[in-house]
Design a protein around this ligand. Structure first.
Ligand code: SF4
Ligand code: SF4
Length: 382
């Protein structure tokens, strides 16, 4: 596409301004080159670190060459959107194993639709505004296609990939969603920032399951986020106790990260906790029927895992909590609605509770260290 330098500057400014108005905190541009990043990704797949996420093996050409995924693409626009809710109660569920510990991004509404809607509106405004010039073409992505999302965010300078593999922004930590616009306009590209992890390895040390097997290398098959969300099978017995009360995702590597003392609170009401998910007992959630699960989690990302995975995760968490006879009764009571895989987890939980009945579960050393880390980090308003 032939456009003057001034026109390209004008288009980029327009996109950044509209994105800021839509609530995005950062909008930066990179080219479509994936060399270096793609090879690392392939090696991760070849070494089977992705578990059963077979969709990650497919469409490698599209992942490597963005212009094959959307013809004409010559730039990738990466956008950042904060999601950390106000009063995020980090320490409460870490200190009390009777409470559910849910990843902070999943406390409110599902971000996929919300962010996609914002991006689509932004692009429509863009095309409308510049319709006299050239044919602007685009496609938006929110965690929905073979896109090397964090690599483009790093290339664009939104941040650097931490040793836990998430992108860290030096002014905002890592509590944000990423999304992309593929576009056929040769906008000026932005410069990457320096990796500032330095000699820190707090995330590696405090990961409950030792899933960060080397700097910038996560074995998804050990990662609690994978085990409780993507994984449809049984949770490996050897890892069940390490899950503690984490029933959907895990935030520990982010909680350990000193850069999150700069994290920003979202101003978006859609990402504030619903159904008291930030401070609710495991037993209260266990009592939900399948209908209640679907109804109460309407529009929440947790609903995507389905009721059986929900019960599986809760059974493990209840099995890891303090003993109470009521928990045994409650666990038994769900066997008639659980599938065979979940019944096995219920039996494991009952057995675990009984085995530990003589002693009160104590908070692990790792978790105590994590709580100390968190107390030193006070997120500020955006
Ligand atoms: S999400 Fe949890 S389990 Fe996964 S790498 Fe981070 S700390 Fe480890
Ligand atoms: S905890 Fe330390 S090593 Fe891990 S991502 Fe943060 S700064 Fe990097």
């Amino acid at each position: 596409m032939e456009l003057s330098k001034n026109k390209l500057i004008e288009i980029k400014s327009f996109i950044q301004k509209q994105a800021a108005e839509a609530g995005f905190q950062d909008t930066r541009v990179s080219n479509t080159e994936t060399s270096g990043y793609f090879e690392k990704y392939q090696s991760w797949i070849t070494n089977a670190r992705h578990g059963e996420m077979s969709y990650l093996e497919r469409n490698q050409n599209l992942r490597q060459y963005p212009d094959q995924l959307h013809p004409g693409t010559c730039r990738v626009i990466s956008l950042r959107y904060n999601y950390l809710p106000r009063d995020a109660q980090f320490c409460t569920p870490l200190s009390d194993n009777n409470l559910a510990n849910i990843s902070r991004y999943a406390l409110g509404r599902d971000y996929h639709k919300l962010i996609r809607k914002k991006l689509s509106r932004l692009c429509t405004q863009l095309v409308e505004h510049f319709k006299q010039d050239e044919q602007i073409d685009f496609r938006v992505f929110v965690d929905s296609a073979p896109v090397l999302e964090s690599s483009f965010a790093e290339k664009s300078g939104i941040g650097w990939k931490g040793k836990h593999t998430l992108v860290i922004n030096q002014d905002a930590g890592s509590w944000f969603f990423l999304s992309e616009i593929f576009i056929n306009v040769p906008l000026a590209i932005d410069t990457p920032v320096e990796n500032q992890c330095g000699s820190c390895n707090a995330c590696i040390k405090l990961c409950p399951t030792q899933a960060i097997i080397a700097p910038n290398l996560v074995d998804a098959t050990r990662c609690i986020s994978y085990l409780t969300i993507e994984n449809k099978q049984a949770i490996p017995v050897a890892l069940r106790k390490k899950l503690g009360n984490r029933i959907y995702g895990c935030d520990d590597c982010q909680l350990a990260c000193p850069w999150n003392r700069f994290s920003q609170i979202t101003q978006d009401a859609d990402f504030q906790p619903r159904e008291k998910l930030d401070n609710i007992s495991l037993l209260a959630l266990w009592q939900w029927s399948e209908e209640e699960f679907s109804e109460k989690l309407q529009g929440n990302p947790i609903r995507r895992i389905g009721y059986q995975s929900w019960l599986r995760n809760l059974a493990v968490a209840i099995g890891n909590s303090n003993f109470h006879q009521d928990k045994i009764f409650a666990l038994e009571s769900k066997k008639n609605v659980a599938n065979d895989m979940v019944v096995e987890h219920i039996n494991w939980a009952i057995n675990n509770l009984k085995t530990n009945s003589h002693e009160k579960s104590t908070t692990s050393q790792k978790t105590l260290k994590l709580i100390n880390c968190i107390k030193n980090m006070l997120p500020r308003d955006a």
